[in-house]
Write a protein that binds this ligand. Structure first.
Ligand code: LMR
Length: 329
């Protein structure tokens, strides 16, 4: 009897051990874009590398295309522990920190390389921690690309945007950017944009080529103006309690993987956007307009007043550091 009892205890210990081993930490990674975009690819790469190196301890589940949570809900879900990783565009953190508004200032960055340089500075890296008091930690910046304007009429000069309804992300800087043009900006979740363009509820939008292509916006917009007037970039964020509660070695390995993926995403983002620009051009559905130097300068001048409005909240030091990252600086 005693032998049976001991065996039962030993079996119990083994079963418990097996159950523990079979119970990896689950990281739900939710995002709003397609798999074939820089962010989509990054999420899948993170999933793959974690499976290869930490398969018995951590499992990553990726939910693209607003499948699990869309804009407006994903930060809340992260706070509540319903997801563990998200990567919203830097335009979507208005409610949590005003500092990140720097990334939305029109014509601040000449190109993505400048964005990259700024993010590598102490100030840029410090912004990853700017939402810690709200319980969020930034693990890295992932690039998408420069934004282009789209509409059903050719937008060559700032006056052409007057009176048009533009969808914007939930950013007060972007609101001001279109208001200063005399346009009518409307904050809207990404998942709703295609239908709003298709039905004419809105006239235009702004996005990099990878989103214009993968969401089929180019099929419902006759013109895309290659304005490069702003940047669409992401911060991969996690819940601080969750992250700090992970065993130190697991957290360290996840951070190493995240750093590797960040480098890879930021290397491939430009190629994905170039590829998708070509696909749009080849489709013939939408005409891509390039601007002359004078036309670009007119847009820059028209949008510049937006900077002064947000300088106090963002901080002059942050804007200066961002500007200094441009090639000519
Ligand atoms: C948008 O809402 O337009 C973008 O932020 C979507 C994305 O994540 O690229």
């Amino acid at each position: 009897m005693r032998i049976f009892a001991s065996l039962a205890i030993v079996a119990g210990i083994f079963t418990a051990g097996a159950a523990m081993a079979a119970d990896p930490v689950v990281i739900k990674f939710s995002h709003v874009v397609a798999d074939a975009t820089p962010k989509g690819q990054g999420a899948l790469m993170f999933q793959k590398l974690v499976a290869e190196r930490l398969g018995d301890k951590v499992k990553v589940e990726v939910y693209p295309n607003s499948q699990l949570f869309g804009d407006g809900k994903e930060m809340e879900a992260l706070a509540l522990g319903d997801v563990q990783l998200i990567a919203p565009s830097l335009s979507k953190f208005d409610r949590y920190t005003k500092k990140l508004q720097v990334f939305d200032l029109p014509f601040l960055f000449d190109d993505i390389a400048a964005v990259d340089r700024f993010q590598a500075t102490d100030i840029g890296r410090g912004l990853l921690r700017s939402m810690e008091d709200k319980g969020f930690i930034g693990l890295g910046y992932w690039h998408n690309g420069m934004k282009q304007m789209s509409a059903n009429k050719p937008l060559r000069m700032p006056e052409d945007a007057k009176g048009l309804k533009f969808r914007i992300q939930a950013s007060d800087v972007l609101l001001a950017q279109f208001e200063v043009l005399g346009a009518n900006p409307q904050k809207m979740a990404f998942a709703e944009v295609y239908q709003a363009l298709q039905t004419g509820a809105i006239d235009g939008a702004e996005n990099p080529y990878s989103n214009l292509y993968s969401q089929k916006f180019f099929e419902v917009q006759k013109y895309i103006t290659e304005s490069n007037h702003g940047v669409l970039d992401y911060m991969v964020v996690t819940n601080a309690d969750f992250w700090n509660g992970l065993p130190g070695d697991v957290r360290g390995q996840l951070e190493t993987i995240m750093d590797e993926v960040t480098v890879a995403v930021n290397k491939m983002a430009n190629d994905i956007n170039e590829r998708d620009k070509k696909r749009i051009a080849d489709s013939g559905s939408s005409e891509i307009l390039t601007l002359t130097r004078d036309e670009v300068s007119a847009w820059r001048t028209a949008m510049k007043p937006v900077w002064a409005k947000f300088e106090g909240d963002i901080g002059r030091d942050v804007i200066d550091a961002a500007q200094a990252a441009n090639p000519a600086s």
